[in-house]
Design a protein around this ligand. Structure first.
Ligand code: ZN
Length: 455
């Protein structure tokens, strides 16, 4: 699920099943500090140094040394090509499956297996989704190969394969349930199913976000109370939370063992209600100074305090309402035109699932820049919050923040000058260069209006 750290990587998944994607992205939309995942360098497992040296080199803009810049540029180009290929490939797979009438064959099998519609879904959905997952596997493998080649991932292939099976397993269980419910609704209400189904996805989404940190995340990663893993850090963090006039209980701060798989830094806010929490990756606390880690924490605290998960949920609810309404029209249009040729009996036929997926993939493609613009806006707000909440805690907090961004960018080989169109379309976070520029310029403390969030 942490593929969502980098939405360029999850683009392919979009075509697998839009709703599962929506669910999963909403869960880990829980944020992530960085646009790109992963990083190189085997970090020295140094303990947090309490007396860190101040930075000798002042960061004035995002800049990479020539060797890293060359690598960043190569990685940027490879990822852009992969992103575009992924979009086309996902749609092409569905189109090919429809042309080859694969779904009707699976439907016939399912109908022969049982008259019970749940058992039919239990036969049909795994056949279809596993076939798509296997066809997409070479791209997934190539992406992991790239991450390893650039030192962004240190995960062994056996562990990666294990994660692939776990992710497919979780996605399969969810997809069977969702598809079964969807077809029950379509058969009961062929005209208004889009609305009832949309309504049903909302509590389902809330439930998934609620259980994600306690049930789903531990399937893939290990978590420890931050207090146990980094006791000194918790004390420092409490100064930040008090400065923001907020108490995030120690029991809601966790450290994730990311260093077994990736090398970069990250932190995020996840869960809702009783499971709401802040998670800091172990790499972050190891490689960054305490002030830098506190700025990272301040950014995450911004998401927490500003209720970004609830707002994100509301945003997705609005967007998916439109999506399902339009989706129905697109599906009916496609069925009217090609349904017979594809051997699909109509909207109530299980074999219509790839048509629904195709329609929603196309709509997701259009919705992607809208979702990303919203995400970048929230990330920008969290940056502002992070700067404000650490303002009084160390004198040069803007330089500290700029240095944290510089480290983040350098470790991820984040390209300094990405194409603005690509940023607009596919970046869930503002580019590192933009974030550093803003950080160094932001100075509301000398204006009459004052700071925005932390007075
Ligand atoms: Zn963030």
């Amino acid at each position: 699920m942490h593929g969502c750290l980098n939405n360029r990587e999850s683009a392919l998944k979009a075509t697998i099943f839009w709703l599962v994607l929506c669910v999963i992205s909403a869960i880990s939309f829980s944020d992530a500090l960085a646009q790109t995942s992963s990083v190189p360098q085997i970090s020295t497992p140094a303990q947090l140094q309490v007396n860190q040296q101040p930075h000798e080199v002042k960061v004035t803009e995002y800049r990479l040394p020539p060797d890293k810049l060359a690598k960043a540029e190569a990685l940027y180009k490879t990822r852009t090509v992969l992103y575009l290929l992924g979009l086309i490939f996902g749609i092409a797979i569905l189109w090919a499956l429809l042309k080859l009438r694969v779904a009707p064959a699976f439907r016939d099998l399912a109908e022969r297996a049982s008259r019970n519609t749940f058992i039919q879904a239990l036969v049909f959905v795994p056949l279809l989704t596993l076939l798509i997952a296997i066809i997409s596997l070479p791209i997934d493998i190539y992406q992991q190969h790239i991450s390893r080649a650039y030192g962004l991932s240190v995960q062994s292939w056996s562990s990666w394969v294990g994660d692939w099976f776990k992710a497919e397993g979780v996605s399969l269980v969810l997809t069977v349930l969702i598809v079964f419910a969807l077809f029950v609704i379509i058969r009961k209400s062929p005209r208004r199913w889009w609305f009832y189904f949309w309504l049903l996805t909302l509590p389902f989404l809330v439930l998934l976000i609620f259980v994600a940190p306690v049930i789903l995340d531990p399937i893939f990663n290990k978590f420890e109370p931050l207090e146990k893993a980094q006791p000194q850090l918790v004390g420092a963090i409490e100064k930040v939370t008090h400065r923001g006039g907020l108490d995030i209980p120690r029991a809601r701060m966790f450290e994730m063992e990311a260093s077994e798989k990736v090398t970069n830094y990250n932190a995020y806010v996840t869960g809702i209600g009783a499971t709401k929490r802040v998670v800091v990756w172990d790499n972050t606390a190891r490689d960054m100074t305490i002030p830098e880690t506190l700025f990272v924490f301040g950014h995450e605290m911004g998401h927490y305090v500003l209720n970004h998960i609830y707002k994100g949920l509301a945003f997705y609810a609005g967007l998916s309402f439109l999506g399902f309404w339009l989706g129905r029209k697109v599906v009916l249009g496609m069925l009217a035109r090609w349904g017979e040729d594809w051997r699909i009996r109509g909207i109530k036929d299980l074999a219509a699932l790839p048509v629904l997926m195709l329609a929603l993939s196309l709509l997701t493609l259009v919705a992607e820049p809208i979702g990303n613009a919203f995400s970048r806006y929230q990330e920008h707000q969290a940056d502002i919050y992070g700067l404000e909440v650490t303002h009084d805690l160390f004198p040069d907090n803007r330089e500290v923040a700029a240095s944290a961004f510089q480290k983040l960018g350098e470790k991820s080989y984040d390209y300094p000058t990405p194409d603005p169109m690509l940023v607009f379309w596919s970046y869930s976070h503002p580019s590192i260069a933009e974030r550093i520029r803003f950080t160094l310029e932001y100075d509301p403390w000398h204006t009459p209006a004052g700071p925005k969030y932390v007075k």
